[in-house]
Design a protein around this ligand. Structure first.
Ligand code: PLP
Length: 386
């Protein structure tokens, strides 16, 4: 018999965290940690931000749920804020990132079907991550995520990330309907493409009548120094997905459309019992308003530079450090060896970090981290990295 009533999909979890405030979090023994991971890019405003706590408490006292059979003012308000801040036209709310991508994939397929393409195909990237549902794990460019779950969903072709020529090789394939890409690969190891990559993808999609679908589930909501990472360029995607920082800890995702994609989903095509739940949407509005009012995108940009400079300075003599990459407060320190043991060692010293792609230390601190907190994180890391 299993020793826990929980399935073992998360493996052993060493820490029991019970309380958080700002960038600090405490375990069940009262030990304090500096959280430079934000629940994997979720709590961008820090733990238990007052604006979010107030918004969800108020909404919870009014109405928790009605289903999507009825108008929901908090959903309308959150959708309007999201459209205003992104330049997109309309929104489907989901409960997670993977579900937001499922909506994007359905939009791409219906777009293809309506053009008479019966086997629509989406171009995806190596080392990408798009979720754990069957379609999104198929879209994910990491064999580990797929192993054990064959047969996969048809209709995806993988090409190397940051390689425009590899995309161009498919321009004669009449089944292609869309390109799905992360502006910065998070799980893949904080991989930042060339400055020309997204604009060139936009141009190819325009020429080919393909949809450019950006997965900003990790890069969105201020993390990279603009509200969405694509806003550092002069372009708009056809479909945009986000989640994680969108609810600051409340489960919510969104798939946004504009132009020719805004009318693809029609009544009966898609839905979710909980998607766009009023409490989740109250959190979304509080998050967007706080990021705007407190100028957190600009702050993420400045703090990202500061954090990276401090890391570069204190790690400069460490020969095992291959590269330090960052876009805003998405920071990756690539080592020349597997380093997942660092996660427990850092926790021991009171620092919560993550290791991804085997050898990349991933730091995704709250956008509200202070210079002093950054200095402490750098100090701990410089002692731990051999
Ligand atoms: C880029 C990206 N897409 C999709 C997902 C999946 O989101 P969720 O875990 O909310 O389903 C993640 C989660 O890490 C992600 O980083």
């Amino acid at each position: 018999m299993a020793s826990s009533p929980l399935m073992n999909n998360y493996g052993h979890r060493a820490l029991t965290l019970t309380r958080g405030k700002g960038c600090k979090i405490w375990d069940d023994t009262g030990k304090e940690y500096l959280d430079v991971l934000s629940g994997i890019a979720v709590c961008g405003l820090g733990h238990c931000h007052q604006a979010v706590t107030d918004a969800i408490s108020h909404q919870a006292s009014q109405l928790l749920h009605t289903s999507n059979l009825y108008n929901l003012p908090p959903q309308q308000e959150a959708a309007q804020l999201l459209c205003d801040i992104s330049g997109m036209e309309n929104v489907f709310f989901s409960n997670s990132g993977a579900e937001a991508n499922e909506a994007a994939i359905k939009i791409a397929r219906k777009y293809g079907n309506e053009k008479g393409i019966s086997t629509p195909t989406i171009i995806t990237m190596t080392n990408s991550f798009h979720g754990r549902t069957m379609a999104t794990l198929t879209a994910t460019g990491n064999e580990k995520v797929k192993t054990g779950f064959y047969p996969l969903v048809p209709g995806f072709i993988e090409v190397p990330f940051n390689d425009i020529d590899a995309v161009k090789e498919h321009t004669n394939n009449n089944n292609i309907v869309a390109v799905l890409v992360e502006p910065v690969q998070g799980e893949g190891g904080i991989r930042i493409p060339d400055e020309s990559y997204l604009p060139e993808l936009r141009a190819i999609c325009d020429q080919q009548d393909w949809l450019l679908m950006l997965d900003e589930i990790q890069t969105g909501n201020g993390r990279t120094g603009t509200y969405f990472a694509f806003q550092a360029y002069d372009l708009l995607p056809d479909v945009l997905t986000t989640a994680k920082g969108l609810g600051n800890g409340i489960p919510v995702g969104a798939c946004l459309a504009q132009g020719k994609t805004a009318t693809i989903l029609q009544p009966g095509n898609h839905g979710s019992t909980y998607g766009g739940n009023p409490v989740a949407c109250a959190a979304v509005s509080a998050v967007i308003n706080t990021i705007k009012d407190d100028k957190l995108c600009e702050q993420a940009k400045l703090l990202g530079h500061y954090f990276t400079e401090q890391l570069e300075h204190s790690l400069k003599h460490k020969t095992c450090v291959k590269e330090i990459r960052h876009k805003g407060l998405m920071i990756g320190i690539e080592l020349d060896h597997e380093c997942s043991a660092l996660v427990a060692q850092a926790a021991d010293k009171g620092l919560l970090i993550n290791v991804t792609a085997g050898n990349v230390i991933r730091l995704l601190p709250p956008l509200v981290i202070s210079h002093t907190e950054i200095d402490s994180a750098v100090e701990i890391l410089s002692h731990l990295i051999p």
